[in-house]
Write a protein that binds this ligand. Structure first.
Ligand code: MOS
Length: 729
């Protein structure tokens, strides 16, 4: 089905089920421990052996020799996989790093071997016996030092343009009466999701099945086929439950590749999970950035020139962190320039992490906007409203599909009590605490992608939905069930949703905040077909028949829907496609983040007291799961502001704090009650459900709002994240 932007009324608009804050349909399975995550497929694969990954002990160089003999003859060991015996292990399409080192080592903790044994303990013990001699060579590990060698990256797939230029930025900036030129830095960050990367691999002849934790099942099929040089048709990926992804499970990684090769060598299924201490260096992370922002404005506060340059580093073939993305769309201004620069670094691969581009970009941009408002003597909310735009500032012929940014700011300011903000920094004190408030904008792309589903109505009246969409903890099961129930006039408990299997129709998967709107659109398309079939079966006109309360109705006549499946199950499958929609409209979600902090006047300890997010993200399909997405994002944003940072050992080239003891993330005591407001919005130009997504909007802008609140509390302006107390004193 081709999506028509002028969708008008459609069955979803009944809102009997969609838009309701219903509980997660798979929740009971998760809280009772019966949801089968990748490593727990004991019933599907009862005889799996255990694989243990050996990570490289150097960051750059060669494996001079690797002796696996003692490990191979250790108790219980079935196979030891290295580059020497693995067969073809290429790279996939999405990630630049190889899953298996040898002879070259590209980054620290890149896998050099997988030891397969009868038990986990045997595999772990034998892994200690693998003797590797390395020839180390010098590498580049310091972004600041490598910055002068950074180059304009090539336009890569999945990446925005590296440079944009509108008008005459340099001249306009030079001529601006009020200006700011500031440089910011954001650190490397880790996804640190709760469920580690994990896979069970099983071969049946030349056919491979992977039970793995993955966000885009179809990317995984494509990438494992390319990696191993096998036909895509021979691969099945199963991923029903996923314990967090944040972009770190976009496609298959070393656990999947090594499990597949290990299973082939051991002649039986093999399960591999990355040890927690490997996750930080073996797989991808959010790369550090250095960002320079220049803003010029007229004395009355109109932005005339805005420029944003961002430097990041990556291994060969890796992409830049697109931190300039928000600056291209957020504020008006005739003269504009954005520029990405990429340096070669021999650190582990940098890649997508929750709101790639926007999250680190707004950490810088939204402090710069706060600084500019202060220079102009304007309230930061008012300054942002003054520079709103309703068209893409880089392309005046491309309107936003919806843009309620100003409303987000106004509603948020009202709800948060912004008028009570201390105007002068460091001017409010309660006992030993300095109090401050900060605001930041939020913007994050809302792309939609092709997505398919199959629906089946059986003679008991149960509707089964199948799509390879994933649920990474976001609520996909629930909103898919709501969509199908609404379309067919059923209750949610009459719908069974099956996700995460490559044998099901190919969906958008979960990434880039596109999952909610895209995957439900595929279900919508399949249900439109099923409605037509059911209506015909029951003797109704397929176009005008209505479906509600288990009945099909038209004119004065009605019949139970289940009667349509009396003789045989009714099945329908379809794909929603979009054509060139993204060229006509800038598709974005918007928000405003408000934060109040208290900073200890003596120790500089920072406590977040209140947080409010106001979001405009199209129709909210389920306010409960959507709120959970946003408060998760806000929590991650608070972590980015105050604590999260991978510490680079610049001599040896690795992330030192590679476990959850050293890599700090917020705990309950760090996070106050979080308020979320969704503006009443439907976006008919995006997708048939008129919804967008909120999974990445929720983190965007948060860290800058915290930083601005810390400035308001203390009068100390910090431009290097994370904002730790040592930098304040
Ligand atoms: Mo996302 S970080 O694009 O899964």
């Amino acid at each position: 089905m081709k999506f028509e932007t002028a969708a008008g009324q459609n069955p979803i608009d009944q809102l009997n089920v969609v838009g309701k804050p219903i509980d997660r349909v798979e929740g009971p399975l998760k809280v009772t421990g019966t949801a089968t995550y990748a490593y727990e497929q004991h019933t599907a694969v009862p005889n799996a052996a255990y694989g243990y990954v050996v990570g490289a002990g150097i960051a750059k160089g060669r494996i001079a020799s690797i002796d696996v003999t003692p490990a191979r003859s250790a108790s219980g060991v079935l196979a030891v996989v290295t580059a020497a015996n693995a067969g073809k292990v290429d790279k996939g399409e999405f990630y630049a790093a190889r899953a298996l080192a040898g002879p070259d080592v590209d980054h620290y903790h890149q896998a050099v071997a997988l030891v397969v044994a009868e038990t986990f303990e045997q595999a772990r013990a034998a892994a200690q016996m693998v003797k590797v001699r390395y020839q180390r060579v010098a590498g580049a590990f310091d972004l600041d030092a490598a910055r002068s060698t950074a180059r304009a990256p090539k336009q890569a797939p999945y990446s925005p343009p590296p440079e944009t230029s509108i008008g005459q930025f340099a001249d306009a900036y030079a001529a601006a009466p009020v200006k700011l030129d500031a440089t910011f830095s954001t650190p490397d960050q880790a996804h640190a999701m709760m469920e580690p990367h994990a896979t069970i691999a099983a071969w049946d002849g030349d056919r491979l099945t992977l039970w793995t934790a993955i966000q885009q099942v179809n990317w995984g099929v494509r990438d494992i086929a390319k990696t191993l040089g096998i036909p895509k048709e021979n691969v099945r990926i199963v991923s029903p439950y996923i314990g967090g992804g944040f972009g770190g499970k976009g496609t298959i990684l070393s656990d999947a590749v090594l499990a597949a090769v290990g299973a082939r060598q051991a002649g039986r299924p093999v399960k591999v999970t990355l040890q927690r201490a490997l996750m930080f260096n073996n797989v991808t992370h959010r790369p550090a950035t250095i960002q320079r922002i220049r803003i010029g404005a007229s004395p009355d506060g109109k932005i005339t020139a805005i420029g944003h340059e961002s430097w990041s580093g990556n291994i060969a073939g890796g992409r830049p962190e697109a931190a300039t993305t928000p600056t291209r769309l957020l504020y008006a201004g005739p003269h504009r320039m954005t520029r990405l620069r990429l340096a070669h670094l021999d650190l582990p691969e940098g890649s997508a992490m929750r709101a790639p581009g926007e999250a680190p970009g707004m950490m810088a941009l939204e402090i710069a906007i706060d600084e500019m408002a202060e220079k102009l003597g304007l309230d930061p909310v008012a300054f942002r409203i003054m520079n709103d735009t309703q068209v893409d500032p880089e392309n005046s012929r491309r309107p936003f599909s919806q843009r309620q940014f100003v409303e987000c700011l106004r509603v948020g300011a009202e709800r948060f009590g912004w008028s009570g903000r201390p105007v002068r920094p460091a001017s409010r004190r309660e006992g030993r605490w300095l109090i401050g408030m900060g605001v930041a904008a939020a913007i994050r792309g809302a792309p939609v992608t092709k997505s398919a589903a199959r629906v089946r109505l059986d003679r008991d009246g149960l509707l089964i939905v199948e799509t390879d969409m994933t649920d990474i903890g976001t609520g996909s099961y629930t909103i898919v069930a709501q969509t199908a129930a609404e379309m067919m006039g059923l209750r949610v408990d009459q719908v069974k949703v099956r996700l995460g299997d490559s044998q099901f129709p190919e969906s958008s998967g979960s990434g880039g905040q596109w999952g909610a709107a895209s995957a439900t659109a595929g279900v919508y398309a399949a249900c439109v077909k099923l409605r037509e079939t059911a209506a015909r079966k029951l003797g109704f006109d397929p176009v005008s028949a209505e479906f509600a309360n288990g009945q099909v109705r038209q004119g004065g006549r009605s019949a139970p829907l289940v009667h349509a499946a009396r003789d045989a199950d009714l099945v329908a499958e379809d794909t929603m496609e979009y054509g060139e929609l993204a060229k006509q409209y800038a598709q974005q979600t918007f928000g405003a983040q408000f934060v109040e902090v208290a900073v200890d006047a003596a120790t500089a300890e920072i406590r977040i007291r209140r947080m409010l997010a106001v979001c405009a993200a199209g129709r909210i399909l389920n306010p409960k799961t959507a709120r959970s997405q946003v408060i998760g994002g806000m929590t991650m944003g608070a972590g980015a502001a105050l604590m999260e940072a991978l510490v680079v050992d610049k001599r040896h080239g690795f992330f030192v704090n590679h476990d959850l003891a050293g890599y700090e993330v917020p705990v309950h005591a760090d996070i106050p009650h979080l308020d979320v407001v969704f503006l009443d919005e439907t976006d008919p130009t995006i997708a048939p459900l008129k919804a967008k997504g909120v999974g990445e909007l929720g983190i965007s802008g948060v860290a800058a709002a915290v930083a601005n609140a810390v400035y308001n509390a203390t009068g100390v302006r910090l431009r290097e994240y994370p904002i730790t107390l040592d930098k304040l004193i």
